[in-house]
Design a protein around this ligand. Structure first.
Ligand code: PGA
Length: 251
């Protein structure tokens, strides 16, 4: 059966010292709870190796927030999937709406990134989600379906099974405006149906689909109680060990 996962997305926050401190705090807190989910922190590239050195990989997974769409070479400033893997990280967020919106990531580049991440044995946490206008005009089902189809449906069933999906309505990210648990359930069930149509029910049932967008300790329980919500991708609330742990323990 699919796993429950709570993953932090630190985005462009924390200095190295602050980040290592936060990772230590989360790692320490996890020793005192019986987490009913996999717990992951996705941190800036600069922090990966140092954070890896202070966490217990059996309790806390480590990931990057992006990787390059090339494997190596003359791409100044980029960080490849093999480089990420060489730090000890085992996850990578791909296709976050901020990457799509501010850095022009398209389904074509994301396809490459997913392939390269999988080739380096990284687990992609692949993000999808609509903007407010698409929510309001009712096209969000089509938008999310197209995002999945375009970037992921060339994968074999075996490779698709290695992914984690994160549904993140752009209008809920960092806005304090969370999707209701019913809104999340509706679209998560739809996403699972899209996967089932392509790869069959077993693959769909085994795919973890996380919710992201202003998830916090106060709303995590209701969201995670929904049958098709398998955890969360957490931005702001992941920047303090206490609030992050409040979400981890919502399972
Ligand atoms: P947020 O971000 O929790 O701060 O809304 C979620 C995300 O962008 O992954």
């Amino acid at each position: 059966m699919r796993k429950n996962v709570v993953a932090g997305n630190w985005k462009m926050n924390t200095t190295l010292e602050e980040g290592v401190g936060l990772a230590k705090d989360v790692n320490e807190a996890l020793k005192h709870v019986d987490a009913k989910c996999d717990v992951v922190i996705c941190v800036p590239f600069t922090h990966l190796a140092s954070v890896n050195a202070v966490i217990d990989p059996a309790k806390l997974g480590l990931g990057a927030e992006n990787c390059a769409d090339h494997v190596k070479g003359a791409y100044t400033g980029e960080v490849s999937a093999p480089m990420v893997a060489s730090t000890g990280a085992t996850y990578v967020i791909l296709g976050h709406s901020e990457r799509r919106q501010y850095y022009g990531e398209t389904s074509e580049t994301l396809k490459e990134k997913v392939n390269l991440a999988l080739a380096s044995n990284l687990t992609p946490i692949f993000c999808i989600g609509e903007v407010l206008e698409q929510r309001e005009n009712g096209t969000y089902f089509d938008v999310v379906k197209a995002q999945i189809e375009e970037a992921l449906f060339d994968l074999s069933a075996e490779d698709f099974s290695k992914l984690i999906l994160a549904y993140e309505p752009v209008w809920a990210i960092g806005t304090g405006k969370t999707a209701t648990d019913d809104q999340a359930q509706e679209i998560h069930a739809f996403i699972r149906g899209v996967i089932a149509e392509k790869y069959g029910k077993e693959v769909a049932d085994n795919t973890s689909i996380l919710y992201g967008g202003s998830c916090k300790p106060s709303n995590a329980k209701a969201l995670f109680a929904k049958p098709d919500v398998d955890g969360g991708l957490i931005g702001g609330a992941a920047l303090e060990a206490e609030s992050f742990m409040g979400i981890v323990t919502a399972f």
